[in-house]
Design a protein around this ligand. Structure first.
Ligand code: FAD
Length: 320
């Protein structure tokens, strides 16, 4: 009887989102009086014993395998086998793109109730009730999972990472890995140093920036602050920026510590993808722009006057 946390990695490093899921799973385990264990699939450079610092006792490792991280069918298959083998009660994943393909499949195979996008630890006094955001973050829904096995995917940035000094025992599992039905023809990495879905800071531009030739302002601030770049859908639709930078209801949903929006109106479809950011800064020349209602800090002004001043101030700060 235990809690199993699925841990994702990229370029050999454990993803920050998975460190949050580990901390969530460990906190839930201590609430339920169970052990927390982790599952890592595939080759990774990260020393797996160190995952003990996030509260897990054992790390089950399947691999090394060439399994493509995009093949959610294989990942689902392996996770299901491990949950059954160790008889885990609760499976915890971070609510990533991978988890969106994996969690529903595992849920069907295990006949396990699933809540995706949890924002806090379950209430366990009267059932097992998990809270999630609904209506693009405008309301909460409390869902009671009735099945014996349960699956929770945790929203990014909803739970603090808790790190201590522990180490975990690594158990290698030799599972048969099914043949993939996906042939990966090419892997095109997004431009820039910081992956948008993992970024702590995001500098984003909208149609207020007038054209792609002005994106130097966004890119320079992003470089200075170690941030990823993003844009509104209107900008991607106009081919000013690539579609993988588009955030919102129909784009990527992100939850960085800082979301810096320049010349973006703040339409509800845009906010749906960014309103879980910890701090939102908005620059817009229209004081009535809806984004100001969602902003922690707002600057009413022309981006072409404000941005050079901010960039100069960040440079001065860096120089000092
Ligand atoms: C079904 C559906 C799904 C959608 N999904 C998404 C989505 O996922 N993501 C998304 O972003 N949108 C989405 N949209 C589109 C959304 O409704 C908006 O049209 C879009 O977000 C507007 O982009 P924008 O804010 O960049 O442009 P605009 O609405 O044109 O706003 C530009 C802003 O820039 C300001 N501005 C102008 N000049 C300056 C200046 N010099 N300095 C400072 N500010 C300036 C203006 O005051 C204005 O507020 C969707 C729409 C639909 C119908």
């Amino acid at each position: 009887m235990s809690i199993l946390i699925f841990v994702e990695h990229s370029d050999g490093k454990i993803k920050k989102a998975s460190l949050e899921a580990l901390s969530y799973g460990a906190a839930l385990a201590s609430k339920l009086g169970l052990d927390a264990d982790a599952l890592v699939i595939g080759k990774t450079e990260a020393p797996l014993t160190e995952l003990g610092g996030y509260g897990v006792k054992k790390v089950f490792h399947v691999g090394p395998t060439e399994t493509s991280s995009t093949d959610t069918k294989i990942i689902s298959n392996l996770i299901t086998k491990v949950v059954e083998q160790i008889n885990a009660d609760v499976l915890v994943l971070s609510n990533t793109l991978t988890a969106k393909g994996v969690a529903p499949r595992v849920s069907v195979r295990l006949k396990a109730g699933l809540v995706s996008g949890a924002v806090s630890l379950p209430e366990i006094n009267n059932g097992f009730t998990v809270r999630k955001n609904v209506f693009s973050g405008k309301a909460f829904s409390d869902i009671n999972i009735l099945t014996a096995k349960k699956i929770i995917t945790v929203n990014q940035n909803a739970f603090e990472i808790a790190k201590t000094a522990g180490t975990a025992e690594v158990v290698t599992l030799n599972l048969e890995i099914p043949t993939s039905t996906i042939e990966v023809l090419a892997v095109n990495k997004t431009a820039g140093d910081v992956l948008l879905s993992e970024a702590e800071r995001v500098i984003s531009g909208g149609r207020g920036l007038k054209g792609p030739e002005n994106w130097g302002l966004v890119e320079e601030l992003a470089k200075l602050t170690g941030a990823a770049t993003a844009c509104s859908r209107a900008v991607a639709d106009a081919h000013w920026r690539p579609h993988h930078e588009h955030v919102g209801q129909t784009g990527l949903a992100i939850a960085p510590n800082l979301y810096f929006a320049i010349g973006i109106s703040g339409a509800i479809q845009h906010l749906a993808g960014v309103n879980r950011s910890k701090t939102i800064v908005v620059i817009n020349k229209d004081p009535e722009a809806p984004f100001f209602k969602a902003a922690d800090y707002g600057i009413v002004g022309d981006a072409f006057e404000v941005m050079p001043k901010i960039i100069a101030a960040v440079k001065a700060l860096g120089a000092n």
